[in-house]
Design a binder for this molecule. Structure first.
Ligand code: BMA
Length: 799
């Protein structure tokens, strides 16, 4: 039922997109400005405060059925569903679906009246009493995507609408109201235990029906006379589903059929995968582990945090999910955490994760606030959790349910304990209701109460030695060198901001002149003192940039360096540290944020840096017991044997020392190689640097901060090779050049480079292939103006 809807507005009815939301209809009708441009967000704030009415006429169902239901897969959020003016039902939860019996009502006037989410949330806050919240908006009083009300990377766009599919379903006798396949592997046998809820019409009551479950040509049948049934099927020797990098992702179609004699009444079909998952939370000499094991194999999770990919989530199509998740997979990511300030994502999201072998850690949608446990919220939360645990059960990619984002931490550390004065705040959900629901409905998956969480109140919830922790002192208060002080058991959040790609900035901000603190740039920076933190972070390492372009480039470099510092250090401590989940993969609009991929889908240098950091093999300098070592990190299933070349070089390229370090690293392990005397210490910090190379991998450390280093001017020669829809740019360095970057988006709006930062020694070349130029004639001068390096930025900034 996507056709024929209208939305009432002050200037009359306008066509409504279904699924959709009020904002997309108002935009299409030209009634609001694009909230992603400049400060237009402020001008559309009124939309979220209004009530909205959608109307259509109930279509005629096909003939010959006893029952017709009107099904809403999602209503955002507080709605009265009316048929010919009489209320069919009321809703107050975006995360649930709704079904109404409309048998015999074809042709009736159907309308859905949405009350402003503010009215509901502020009203409940008034009734139940305010609770602590990291943000001023009342999202903890309504079951709606929290970041709809704004976040430290997101605009405040409080949506309303029919945000998921609407349809009529006609049926007779009985239907499959819910199918919950619990898929396990015992020894070499796969087992599907399909738990079914049946809804019956009056004529179907008590009737003996057949339920058949089928996977790969095998089937088993059982009878059902009541409202529930369990059909079990064993599949001998199924090929196992693995996370990417560990094996294949075989998916099997699982079909459940409900029939009455020879008549098929209902049919359910989804893909499943055979795998086991455990969460190892053993206490050990280092604290409390937090290691995912898939098919018995412990995994170092190379993760990213996922936020809703659009502040208007209805705009995220299956193609867009596929694109974004493929970008993640191409960067070497094998785990995506769906963060609790967002939503239970669309099925298309989990389908792609199943196919790509991306492990999914799913937060229940609670974030950064105290959530009341009183009615009506409690009942809504129970219903929503039950529905979504069942809905997502078929997906082999889903490996962890997590209770909330930062609420257990907030209770302990953000003064909630005092402010609450005995009020409920959500603990009963995270430590009671939600684990009970997961244990009851899906015992095949682990549940963890929160991120961060240390396993019990005996330890600080964010103690890095116990369970998942979030590292936010770095960025908020400290430089990224501080990452080196801890070895978290699982780094579930850590991040550093940078502005989006230049073309994204220019497409969304029309400031003239454009500066780091011009009005549009500040509007598209939502973090508390975000630019101050960017600048202080920069000042530790670089000279204050003189121009916007250098500021933009250096803040992006600094973001990549920050994440590299954390990931490389923590990876080198595997298996004590069992995962790094970068905050954050994506953005929901064009904004300066922690994202690796900006709001217009363009990768920042961090994205390409993740490719290096999350590759199976990683070579980095690390420190152990005060001494520099070379960490040879092999997360591949094969042993890695080779020789690393470590050199002490001078800025002009002269060699001050060199040594070869042979290594043999078993699969999925790390070797730490001591450096020979003469290489371990940099003698002339301002001019010298260390470089390690092995099989195309490289790490570089300077003896001092970049701002103090005697960088030679970047001496670059270019050779351009156009061809086949792509431009190959071969850049040869005549000097030591640090963090060379081609900003392809400066060459063409759709242009993309195939690599990010590159550090070259004198005489070395790098080839950057740029696609998406659409036949534009790009000459050397244009390329030069799109090329950046630390040498040039530092040179330009010095007197
Ligand atoms: C954590 C996250 C988000 C936030 C991020 C950056 O608190 O869970 O809430 O966007 O830090 O501040």
């Amino acid at each position: 039922m996507s056709e024929g809807w209208t939305l009432g507005t002050a200037s009359g009815p306008i066509p409504a997109q279904v699924p959709g939301c009020v904002h997309v209809d108002l935009l299409a009708a030209g009634l609001i400005e694009d909230p992603y441009l400049d400060a237009n967000e402020l001008g559309v704030a009124w939309v979220g405060r209004e009530d909205w009415r959608y109307t259509t006429v109930l279509p005629a169902p096909p003939d010959g059925f006893e029952r017709t239901d009107l099904v809403f897969d999602g209503l955002d959020t507080v709605a009265a569903v009316e048929l010919d003016g009489a209320v069919l039902g009321r809703t107050r939860n975006m995360h649930r679906s709704y079904r109404f019996d409309v048998t015999g009502r074809a042709g009736a006037a159907l309308s859905v009246l949405f009350t402003s989410a503010y009215t509901e949330a502020e009203g409940l806050r008034e009734t139940l009493g305010a609770r602590p919240n990291a943000y001023p908006e009342p999202f903890n009083f309504i079951r709606k995507m929290a970041c709809s009300f704004g976040w430290d990377w997101g605009p405040t766009l409080v949506t309303a609408g029919l945000w998921r599919e609407v349809r009529l379903e006609s049926w007779s006798t009985a239907r499959l109201a819910a199918v919950r396949p619990l898929v396990t592997v015992e020894g070499t046998t796969g087992r599907v235990e399909a738990h079914l809820d049946l809804e019956r019409t009056e004529s179907g009551a008590g009737r003996e029906l057949l339920v058949t479950v089928e996977v790969g040509g095998r089937s088993s049948t059982t009878t059902a006379t009541g409202a529930a049934a369990v059909a079990v099927l064993e599949v001998p020797g199924p090929a196992l589903w693995w996370p990417r990098g560990y094996g294949e992702q075989p998916l099997h179609t699982c079909t459940v059929t409900l029939s009455d004699g020879g008549t098929v009444l209902d049919r359910w079909e989804r893909r499943i995968g055979f795998r086991t998952v455990e969460l190892d939370q053993a206490k050990d000499a280092h604290g409390t582990a937090f290691t995912l094991k898939v098919n018995g194999t412990p995994v170092f999770a190379r993760g990213v945090n996922w936020i809703p990919d659009d502040a208007l989530p209805v705009r995220v199509t299956p193609e867009r999910y596929r694109h974004r998740l493929t970008q993640a997979a191409d960067a070497g990511v094998d785990l995506v955490r769906v963060w609790g300030g967002g939503i239970y994502e669309d099925r298309a999201f989990y389908d792609v994760c199943d196919e790509l072998g991306l492990l999914v850690w799913q937060d229940f949608p609670f974030a950064c606030a105290a959530y009341p446990e009183e009615r009506p919220l409690r009942g809504e939360i129970e219903a929503e959790a039950r529905e979504n645990v069942v809905r997502l059960a078929p997906h082999p990619s889903l490996v962890l349910w997590n209770g909330n984002n930062e609420n257990l931490w907030g209770f302990r550390d953000w003064d909630w304990e005092e402010d609450l004065a005995g009020d409920s705040w959500g603990e009963g959900y995270y430590l009671g209701l939600l684990p009970r629901i997961v244990a009851e409905l899906d015992p095949t998956r682990p549940y963890s109460p929160g991120s961060p969480w240390s396993g019990s109140w005996d330890h600080h919830p964010n103690d890095p030695a116990h369970g998942p922790s979030h590292s936010w002192d770095v960025w908020n208060r400290r430089d990224y060198d501080a990452y080196l002080e801890d070895v978290p058991r699982f780094a579930a959040e850590f991040g550093w901001q940078a502005p989006p790609a230049f073309a994204t900035v220019r497409a969304s901000i029309s400031d003239e002149p454009l500066t780091a603190s011009s009005p549009g740039m500040l509007h598209h920076q939502k973090a508390a003192d975000g630019n101050g933190k960017l600048d202080r972070g920069l000042a530790h390492h670089f000279t204050e940039p003189a121009a916007f372009d250098d500021w933009h480039y250096l803040t992006q470099v600094n973001q990549a360096r920050a994440i590299a510092t954390g990931v490389a250090h923590w990876r080198s401590h595997w298996p004590v540290c069992a995962g790094t989940v970068v905050w954050q993969l994506n953005d929901c609009w064009p904004v300066t944020s922690w994202a690796a991929i900006d709001g217009n889908a363009r990768p920042k240098p961090l994205y390409f840096e993740l490719r290096r950091l999350y590759a199976d093999r990683l070579l980095t300098f690390q420190t152990r017991d005060g001494a520099r070592v070379l960490a040879v990190d092999n997360q591949s299933p094969e042993p890695w044997e080779g020789t690393a070349l470590v050199r002490r070089l001078l800025a002009d390229g002269a060699e001050a020392g060199a040594g070869e370090l042979p290594f043999a690293v078993p699969p999925r392990s790390v070797a730490l190689l001591p450096l020979p005397a003469g290489l371990a210490t940099i003698k002339d910090p301002v001019r010298e640097f260390l470089v390690a190379d092995a099989e195309g991998l490289r790490d570089v450390v300077l003896g001092c901060e970049d701002k103090d280093f005697a960088y030679p001017p970047a001496d670059l020669a270019f050779a351009l090779k156009p061809g086949d829809g792509a431009l190959e740019i071969v850049i040869t360095a005549g000097s030591f050049v640090r963090d060379l970057l081609v900003q392809a988006d400066r060459l063409g709006e759709r242009a993309e480079a195939d690599r990010g930062l590159a550090t070259l020694l004198p005489g070395e070349s790098v080839t950057v292939t740029v696609t998406g130029l659409g036949g534009a004639d790009v000459d050397e001068a244009a390329v030069r103006s799109a090329v950046f390096s630390v040498n040039a930025a530092e040179g330009a900034s010095r007197p």
